[in-house]
Unconditional design. Structure first.
Length: 231
């Protein structure tokens, strides 16, 4: 665990969903069935996030699933794949609702709840698809709030998304923490005034972004470190 600052103990911890609680690598077989290399799953998801960010930066919004659907068409074209079936495309997108969670997700939620800290998920995805993910993983009952950016029609890392989450939780932004495996999400939460905890399981933190307050290699490790902070 790397402690990069001395933030106060949060009253509520929000977890990013896709990529943080639920890795996207299980979608690699579905990507390969489309005629793409397995590694293209990351490029596809990154392209969708890029387009969501562009919309948010200009005050626009489209549901993440719709953005990812169009990003998939772009990635297929870039790879010269012209014969991908509609059925296989739909199966890939549907797979986003059935990803397995990181194995210590429940333990991380439990560590926070045991310390009297609220647990929330904050997602760029939709409320229904996120609840399907959580329910399928047996995690929904461990979460106090499911918050989607669709409520404000502005994707993270816009400040409005984090502010809405704080409003739902009934706390100030300075009383909340975000756990995420994305440097851009840490940047957004940090800029909004939240405590930040970076999950460094897939890639190092980007040095061009604002440093996280905490950094660790597992959800449980980060949860325990957040619970150990002083009020």
């Amino acid at each position: 665990m790397l402690g990069l600052g001395k933030p106060p103990r949060p009253r509520v911890v929000a977890f990013d969903v896709i990529g943080t609680l639920f890795p996207i690598t299980p979608l690699q077989p579905a990507v390969e069935r489309l005629g793409l290399p397995a590694a293209a799953v990351r490029g596809w998801f990154a392209a969708g996030l890029r387009d969501s960010f562009a919309l948010a930066a200009t005050g626009g919004f489209k549901p993440l699933l719709a953005v990812l659907e169009q990003a998939l068409e772009a990635v297929l074209a870039e790879h010269g794949v012209e014969d991908a079936s509609a059925q296989d495309k739909a199966a890939l997108l549907k797979g986003l609702e059935h990803l397995p969670p990181r194995p210590d997700s429940a333990a991380a939620f439990g560590a926070l709840a045991g310390a009297g800290i609220g647990v929330m998920v904050l997602t760029n995805g939709s409320d229904p698809s996120t609840r399907k993910l959580l329910g399928g993983a047996g995690l929904e009952g461990l979460v106090d709030h499911v918050v989607s950016v669709e409520a404000v029609e502005l994707s993270k890392p816009r400040r409005e998304a984090y502010a809405h989450a704080a409003q739902v939780a009934g706390v100030g932004l300075d009383s909340m923490a975000l756990v995420a495996a994305h440097s851009w999400d840490i940047q957004g939460a940090n800029a909004a005034g939240m405590t930040t905890a970076y999950l460094n399981v897939e890639r190092p933190f980007s040095k061009v972004m604002r440093k996280p307050d905490l950094e660790g290699g597992s959800l449980s490790e980060l949860a325990e470190a957040l619970a150990a902070l002083k009020t």
